[in-house]
Write a protein that binds this ligand. Sequence first.
Ligand SMILES: [Zn+2]
Length: 93
Amino acid sequence: MSVVDEKDRLGQKLRDLEKAREDQWAAEHDRELLDKLRRRAAAQGPQMNCPQCGRALESVTRKGFSMSLCSEHGAWIEKEALERLLGKVRDSK
Ligand SMILES: [Zn+2]
C-alpha cells in the first residue's frame, strides 16, 4: 500500500464524516420543520369534519364571527361567538 492510497482513504473517511454531519443536520432540520408544522396545527385546533357529509370544514370569518363551514350543510360556531351573534339578533328586534 502506498502513501497516496493511505491519504486517499483518509480523505474518503473525512468526506464520509462530513456527509454524516450533513445528514444529521438535515435530520435535525427536518425535525424542526415538523415541530413547527405540528405547533401551527395545534394552534389552529383540531381539524373538524361536517357531521352530515364528513367533509373537512372550512374556517371562515363572516362579519367578525369565525366559524367552520360546510358549504352544503351548515357551520360550527364557537359558543362565545354564537352568544354574541344571538345578542345581535335580539338587539335588532
Ligand atoms: Zn356537509
